[in-house]
Design a protein around this ligand. Sequence first.
Ligand code: APR
Ligand code: PHB
Length: 392
Amino acid sequence: MPVPVGIIGAGPAGLLLSHLLHRAGIESVVLEARSRSYVEQRVRAGVLEHPTVQLLDEVGLGDRLHREGLRHGGIHLLFDGQRHHIDFTELAGSAITVYGQQEVVKDLIAARLAAGGDIRFEVADVELHGLDTGRPRISFTQDGQPESLECQIVAGCDGFHGVSRRSIPAGVLTAFEREYPFAWLGILAEAPPSSPELIYAYHERGFALHSMRSPRVTRNYLQVPPDEDISLWPDTRIWDELQTRLATAGEPALTEGPVIDKGVTPMRSFVVEPMQHGRLFLAGDAAHIVPPTGAKGMNLAMADVRVLAGAIARFLQDGQDDLLRAYSDTCLRRVWRAEHFSWWMTSMLHCFPDADPFQHQLQLSQLRYTVSSRAAATTLAENYVGLPIEGR
Ligand code: APR
Ligand code: PHB
């Protein structure tokens, strides 16, 4: 018997799609290369937009998120040693929730397994066949045994390095890409947050971000050269650099603590169009990447699959393919808005190695305008808290 929907990847996109389809009465199989504990422990993004929280609430996934997530009504921009508050609640009428991506993934896996969902972890050699036929097939190996899954629809939710996008024949997709001449070194530390809300800092030594996961755990980032060797950054050097870049007039130094996770993330902007070929639909990082400065990656992934779940239900249950045909265009409007916002935040807050003093003055002027004009601050606020998801 064919499976209605085969989903590659158990990140936020693949798991939420499986959950939404189940609620619509459509079964799916999720194929994941890594183990359950690996995907549940992997430290990734941590900011949920207001529309993402609404979506998770609507589909019964809001309990732990509201209990343990931290609701933030704004962020701080720090430059010239001064912090400036951008008040989202006042300017945009809503807030964000700080809740780790791996917590979202844990909640989704628990919900799928409790409902008898079929998630196959640690599969290998995933290949897609017959995408331009009405019966695509996924081959893979599990426990060394070759397996095959016939489907009606395949959802490629396997991230930037996955197999799905690469399975689309050459010439079908147009790629838009920008690489940035820096990366982020991120740490998770057992130290209470030193500010109730996130601090984004523009400093002559480079960008820094103070974020958090709980009242006991902070998450901090530093701009570093691309492909930076992490062994150059012992914990004491990281804390010294964070203290320098995040120093604020009239505020105490950051509270330090043991570093429990550490890694370097490259920064890129990337979009492929269309997000579809035949019966394969790409969602999340498989189709687009944003630099993390706007905190949009996980939110975009979940917005994509909200649109995809509705389109698949209409196709499989009503025999209408209009929403599936519109899927890519519908998603790309939101994707490009987030691409612009993330590029803008990145450009305003980082030190570009080739920047001259003129460029530095332009960035400072943009920062001063953003914190002093209600119109400019509102633009930041409404993009950050998230625009409504189209197609809902
Ligand atoms: N076969 C099966 N699974 C695969 C394969 C493959 N060939 N390649 C990758 N995967 C799995 C990965 O192990 C991962 O668990 O696909 C999953 C993709 O999940 P994510 O990378 O989390 O992507 P997505 O669900 O789109 O979520 C986007 O992730 O990178 C962050 O900032 C980004 O927050 C955003 C979010
Ligand atoms: C995080 O907490 O991991 C985080 C927060 C805001 C960002 C990026 C990452 O812009």
